[in-house]
Design a binder for this molecule. Structure first.
Ligand code: MV4
Length: 446
């Protein structure tokens, strides 16, 4: 057993990790910036250590402060949550140098998946479908043009060091390749410190489908079905659900087995997600792999009936997680709405500030993962997620009805939130029909 787990994160995910540790009887240490001193993760943890001023760069991203906090508190393991240092191979190495267990994948896997072009090559070699495109980083726009002639326009230029949608350029003809290539290169260089680019066949309106994985070592990989995360705005997911309305049992078998094969090829350890683009005809292709627990993991927990955080902790301890592949049964339907302190009427402008009144919904099939309370002040320094509202039903229709009820019950006063936006989406005929792709919000909300 770990003596003590330090949670190198804040907000709802810090609470989520603390709850899992408590159920496993593992003591916890919270870290916090001065802006988070009144945060619930500090209250719920057994101990807490202040690690610096509000700015993430001087607190949650500062390796030395986190290591020092682990050392003074006697923590022998660190859970990184998502964001911050969750996908930093350097951080994993520093933890190892100090004899601290990092709860997550191997640093080699992080580096490999962080290089999107290398991840593509690895997955292709493992037999996972990848879109036609470049095998190596491109030297110049002429090389990109040559390749695009072969695979056919439109193509998309992506940054090898990118991901999550930044630094991408869609190119529809040879004439616009040069300008797009140079812009993408400049953007990649300034955002990621590497101008390496690759190209892929561009799919017009795919769905975003991702498979939840848990690697146990020795090429044992559990899969927990898929999530549909097609409802995104500027690459920020807003609604996720499981199962996907577009995935038939036959397609599920194929996508899940591709994801498992891909994960086995790198002997993937810990929780991770394989992302795919799904075309209306049922063709799917590898997009990228996230080497962390994700925000939207609860929808999978609801339909698979597992506690993914507990399973991840047990896996890190080398203990049985209490699940075998044959036992994973997906039942019912779950939806998550991200409640952000943002004003949908003002282009989703973040609205930090005081929460004067707060009421969380409840009743059958309703789960709320949140770190906020009445009287809490949302600091302006971090992301605007204040709660994840998850509903479960025997089928999609019941999950939707429950979500509408739960959204109507929820009260957040003092700041604008995405609640009214979700209510509108849930009434949209295309959403009700399960007919959404990644362009839905561009058409619906701009
Ligand atoms: C694509 C694509 C179409 N074709 N790649 C966006 C996030 C980044 N990880 C990759 N992304 C995309 N890659 C090819 N070859 C469309 C997107 C994309 C997208 C993907 C998932 C969810 C929302 C999206 C919104 C716009 C574009």
């Amino acid at each position: 057993m770990f003596n003590k787990v330090l949670i190198a994160n804040r907000g709802e995910i810090a609470l989520r990790i603390i709850r899992a540790c408590q159920e496993l009887d593992i003591p916890t240490v919270a870290v916090y910036s001065t802006a988070d001193k009144d945060s619930l993760h500090v209250v719920f943890a057994d101990e807490s250590v202040c690690i610096g001023p509000p700015s993430s760069a001087q607190s949650y991203l500062r390796t030395q402060s986190l290591i020092a906090a682990a050392e003074v508190s006697g923590a022998d393991a660190i859970h990184p949550g998502y964001g911050f240092l969750a996908e930093s191979a350097d951080f994993v190495e520093v933890c190892a140098m100090h004899g601290i267990n990092f709860i997550g994948p191997k640093p080699e896997t992080m580096l490999l998946m962080g290089d999107k072009a290398a991840a593509r090559r690895t997955m292709k070699a493992a037999g996972v479908p990848v879109l036609p495109g470049s095998e190596e980083a491109l030297n110049d726009y002429q090389e990109a043009q040559k390749l695009a002639e072969d695979i056919g326009y439109p193509v998309i230029i992506k940054a090898s060091a990118g991901g999550g949608g930044r630094g991408m350029r869609v190119v529809r003809d040879a004439d616009t390749m040069e300008s797009n290539f140079e812009m993408a290169r400049a953007e990649a260089e300034s955002s990621f410190g590497s101008g390496d680019l690759y190209v892929e066949k561009f799919l017009e309106n795919p769905r975003h489908i991702e498979v939840q994985l848990l690697g146990l070592g020795d090429k044992n990989v559990l899969a927990f079905g898929e999530r549909d995360c097609s409802i995104q705005r500027r690459h920020q997911k807003l609604i996720e659900e499981s199962p996907s309305p577009a995935v038939t049992p036959e397609l599920r078998k194929k996508i899940v087995s591709a994801a498992v094969e891909g994960a086995k090829a790198v002997d993937y350890l810990s929780a991770g997600t394989m992302e795919f683009l799904l075309n209306p005809d049922g063709d799917f292709h590898f997009m990228e792999m996230n080497t962390r627990i994700q925000v939207e993991h609860p929808v999978t927990e609801m339909v698979a009936g597992v506690d993914l955080l507990k399973a991840q902790l047990l896996a890190a301890l080398g203990k049985p997680v209490g699940i075998t592949e044959g036992e994973i049964e997906l039942r019912g339907h779950a939806i998550e709405c991200r409640i952000n302190a943002e004003d949908p009427a003002r282009n989703f402008l973040p609205c930090p500030g005081d929460i004067n009144e707060l009421h969380f919904p409840g009743g059958p099939g309703v789960r709320v993962d949140s770190h906020v309370y009445a009287g809490y002040t949302i600091p302006p320094h971090y992301d605007s997620l204040i709660a994840k509202l998850i509903t479960y039903g025997k089928d999609r229709e019941e999950a939707i009805i429950r979500m509408k009820r739960a959204l109507s019950e929820m009260v957040v006063e003092g700041v604008e939130t995405t609640i009214p936006f979700h209510l509108k989406v849930l009434d949209h005929p295309d959403f009700i029909a399960g007919n959404v792709d990644t362009s839905f919000l561009t058409q619906f909300a701009g």
